[in-house]
Design a protein around this ligand. Structure first.
Ligand code: HOZ
Length: 427
């Protein structure tokens, strides 16, 4: 049935480690063989064997307008005809920087790069240089890309594959990363009590998306702001996923928190490779060529990514209720899924924030990595396989977020609910 995918996977395994270019895609946590994709439009994606799925991976977050949005495609085509990369500044990157700064009051300057990993790597370097300190604090189950300092107790693929840390990360570097359970105000206060004067910064996904969706408890982010301020450490918000996903701007706007640095990616590149770090002028001016902190990139501010990002953001900015519409659709999908599970006696906890959500196979609330890890991953894997068979593409791990886009509609929801009911019948 998946003839072409099977054949391509065999071919890929010989020349690409694990047959994939990013580990979670290998389906190791859910069993079965990865599905190779051919094309996608709106909320639908088609595999190389011609099977169509309602997509909830949505390229892991960037495609808030849906796949191949005509305006984004047109903008990319138009720019491609004028050149794909110049290695020189362009008006496009100035335009995107202005739009981002307008949407993020905490940012006075922003630097573009090519991935979220790069953005976070740069933020950490800036925090260390600005404070003259070396330790950083991250939260268990949060994932900030694959830079050395941040692969400690990380979520996403690291959690999916059960990798405790990564060989190749120097021990002395890993020792500079302190980890604390997400939402645990007492533990973070304790870490500051012991190490306060050594901490360069705290990095957090304000709404965690890489241990599955885990929302911040009231007061948690505020506590981080208070502690970092009191100890002259920097607060870094990793809004690579949440930036422009939940509102115009970042979750920081919703939470009323003013971080020192913010990392962005995904949506601001409209589906093309992008990353950005921004923040207070006094910190950002440390970056070369103004200051001594080095960061550079051949494809930084790439015109194709900038135009795709600008087009995406312009459409979001000028829509009157895009976030409310996605919120309503996601709410009704989650609410209508719940009784399907409970009728089958399968306990689930659905965590949701706007258009991002995760169905955890557990009856207990999921508020940190420990509770996320207690979910029944085998049950998730069986559910995943059933949904895939029934035409629904979910992220192939319990520790990831499902994404809705503006292209998803009621018909997609009905199909998803029918697939869910039929999958559960045979679970
Ligand atoms: N770490 C990414 C999701 N949180 C996976 C990226 C990918 O496989 O494309």
């Amino acid at each position: 049935m998946n003839e072409m995918s099977t054949q391509l996977f065999e071919q890929a395994k010989k020349i690409i480690p694990g047959g994939v270019n990013s580990p979670v895609r290998a389906f190791k946590a859910v069993g079965g063989l990865p599905v190779f994709m051919r094309e996608a439009h709106g909320a639908r994606i088609t595999d190389v064997d011609g099977r169509e799925y309602v997509d909830y991976v949505m390229s892991w977050g960037p495609l808030i307008l849906g796949h191949a949005h005509p305006a984004v495609v047109e903008a990319i085509k138009d720019q491609a005809g004028k050149g794909t990369s110049y290695g020189a500044p362009t008006p496009l990157e100035v335009g995107l920087a202005e739009l981002i700064i307008e949407a993020f009051p905490a940012m006075e300057m922003v630097r573009m790069m090519s991935s979220g990993t790069e953005a976070v790597m740069t933020a950490i370097r800036l925090a260390r240089a600005f404070t003259g300190r070396e330790k950083i604090v991250k939260f268990e189950g949060c994932y900030h890309g694959h830079a050395d300092s941040l692969l400690v107790k990380a979520g996403s693929g690291v959690a999916t594959l059960g990798i405790p840390g990564s060989p190749g990360v120097p021990k002395h570097l890993a020792e500079l990363t302190l980890t604390v359970p997400f939402n645990d105000q007492a533990s973070i206060a304790n870490v500051f009590e012991v190490h306060g004067q050594e901490i360069a910064g705290v990095i957090v996904e304000p709404v965690a998306g890489n241990m599955g969706v885990v929302t911040p408890n009231p007061g948690f982010l505020k506590k981080l702001r208070e502690l970092t301020k009191a100890h002259d450490s920097l607060l870094v918000f990793d809004e690579v996923i949440t930036g422009f996903r939940l509102t115009w701007g970042g979750y920081q706007g919703i939470a009323g928190i003013d971080p020192d640095l913010t990392c962005l990616g995904k949506i601001i590149g409209g589906g093309l490779p992008v990353g950005a770090v921004g923040g207070k002028r006094i910190i950002m001016e440390q970056l070369a060529p103004l200051g001594p902190v080095y960061q550079a990139g051949t494809l930084s501010g790439n015109p194709l990514a900038m135009t795709a990002g600008l087009t995406t953001l312009a459409l979001l900015q000028h829509s009157t209720d895009c976030y409310e519409a996605m919120d309503r659709l996601a709410f009704s999908l989650c609410e209508e899924m719940k009784p399907l599970f409970s009728r089958k006696g399968i306990p689930v906890t659905i965590n949701r924030m706007g258009s991002m959500f995760t169905v955890f196979f557990t009856s207990e609330p999921v508020s940190d990595f420990a509770s996320a890890s207690r979910a029944d991953k085998e049950m998730f894997a069986r559910f995943f396989r059933g949904m895939l068979k029934n035409g629904i593409s979910l992220p192939p791990s319990q520790f990831e977020a499902w994404f809705l886009s503006l292209a998803h509609n009621h018909e997609d929801m009905d199909e998803t609910l029918a697939a869910c009911a039929s999958t559960l019948k045979n679970l």
